[in-house]
Write a protein that binds this ligand. Structure first.
Ligand SMILES: Nc1ncnc2c1ncn2[C@@H]1O[C@H](COP(=O)(O)OP(=O)(O)OP(=O)(O)O)[C@@H](O)[C@H]1O
Length: 421
């Protein structure tokens, strides 16, 4: 160090880095009163972070040019590719990073390129509803830093904080929630609502749902397996699963539908009369609905009975079953392309409100695809697994694999299921 340094000279740090095409991973701001340029935020795992630049450092020079009084845009122009030398006065008291272990499931789609409010679109991270995000920094009340899981990159991206995204509901939450027309949530008993602390409805009011990794203990009850929607073969898949091993798999939905030849009451469904169904409706159902002229219900007690017998309960119903008690694993059965739909269903029969077992028509495929589009808009974020029901045999294998994984391997579940308060 030179001997003649003035006493009041502040300690500076020279940071030299070689920048390729990747972004610097930092944003800068100007103090409007003094004209001084500061590093506003450093993206976790980015180039600036790895080069030991910190939020709050004051930039004095870039490549030998003094930057005080410059517009931030002018500074950015100097920071192009190649070797960059920053002379900075390091921030004296670095804020303690609130590095939290927070994982969330996104309930909305987000694209930084379409967000006029983001401080730097290049530093932003896009996500789709249903994506699991690791929130690595919540220091800023408006802009969090996150990584999308499973993540191969070390570098985080900017995303709107929960509060900010909530305020931008119209912009990002393009599909407001509309309950399925034929399913009515049971309102006759207030306890029905209390039974579903983390149902879809409550999760739809927050932009991010906190999640944790959960693995069922071998001695715990099995997770409920819910297949949806109707019309793409869920009935057939469920039936085949149960048929494969009726000692392990069982259904638990009361219905007023007449059993098909191969069905047994208490195995695929509980076949019951309208009078008994009506009585059950008032004290036993989480939800119920009419489908093709027959009533179906989610009887919480029937599901619990199957689970407490040690079996795996498989139902086909709307995903209102997201409760900490049942820890439902939701499998979405998606229609294949129109062409594959036609090919695979050539020898299959459909039952509608008016016909029992008639061949499939093009309208049926179009209707199923339209219904799937709507279901995806409303519920995609809640699906734990997606099976495209193309080749039936193939779908059965996929279903069995998914069901086993749900029971025996760690999965993301709402945090409220594990710590209800
Ligand atoms: N992948 C597939 N390939 C060929 N046929 C299929 C396939 N999946 C289902 N099917 C057949 O399509 C018909 C309708 O299937 P299924 O009864 O499972 O309908 P669903 O989607 O459960 O609707 P619903 O609730 O109206 O019964 C059945 O004959 C079934 O065997």
């Amino acid at each position: 160090m030179p001997d003649d340094l003035p006493d009041d000279e502040e300690a500076t740090r020279i940071v030299c880095l070689v920048k390729n095409k990747q972004p610097l991973g930092a944003t800068i701001k100007r103090n409007e009163v003094t004209g001084e340029i500061f590093i506003a935020r450093v993206i976790h795992g980015g180039l600036a972070d790895r080069s030991l630049l910190h939020a709050g450092d004051r930039i004095i020079e870039v490549n030998g040019f003094p930057v005080d009084g410059m517009e931030p845009e002018q500074v950015i122009q100097i920071v192009s590719q190649g070797t960059i030398m920053f002379k900075v006065i390091p921030i004296t008291e670095r804020p303690v990073h609130s590095r939290t272990m927070l994982y969330v499931r996104a309930m909305a789609d987000y694209s930084p390129q379409h967000d006029p409010t983001i401080p730097c679109a290049d530093a932003g991270m896009s996500f789709r509803k249903g994506d699991i995000l690791e929130i690595v920094d919540q220091t800023d009340a408006l802009w969090w830093q996150a990584k999308k899981l499973p993540s191969s990159t070390a570098c985080a991206g900017l995303i709107p904080s929960s509060n900010l995204l909530k305020r931008q509901r119209e912009l990002w939450w393009s599909q407001p929630y509309q309950p399925h027309a034929c399913i009515q949530t049971c309102t006759t008993q207030p306890s029905c609502h209390a039974r579903s602390p983390s149902s879809c409805q409550s999760a739809l009011n927050v932009p991010y749902e906190e999640v944790v990794r959960y693995q069922r203990h071998p001695q715990d009850a099995h997770r409920l397996i819910a297949l949806l929607p109707s019309g793409v073969g869920v009935n057939e898949l469920r039936r085949r699963l149960i048929e494969m091993n009726p000692n392990i798999f069982q259904g638990a939905i009361p219905t007023t539908r007449v059993p098909k030849g191969y069905e047994e009451s208490g195995r695929e469904y509980y076949f019951t009369s309208r009078e008994i169904f009506d009585n059950m409706m008032y004290n036993n159902f989480l939800e119920y609905g009419e489908y093709k002229g027959n009533l179906y219900g989610t009887s919480i007690d029937a599901v619990k009975e199957v689970l407490s017998s040690g079996k795996i309960c498989v139902i086909d119903i709307e995903p209102n079953v997201r409760t900490h008690e049942l820890k439902a694993y939701i499998i979405y059965v998606k229609p294949p392309s129109l062409q594959r739909f036609r090919q695979t269903r050539q020898h299959s029969y459909i039952t509608t409100n008016y016909y029992v077992n008639r061949p499939f028509k093009d309208e049926d495929f179009q209707e199923a695809q339209e219904a799937a589009r709507k279901i995806e808009c409303q519920y995609w974020q809640f699906f734990d697994h997606v099976i495209v029901n193309d080749e039936l045999q193939d779908s059965c294998v996929q279903l069995l694999t998914a069901v086993n994984r749900a029971q025996d391997e760690p999965q993301w579940v709402p945090a409220s299921w594990i710590r209800p308060n």
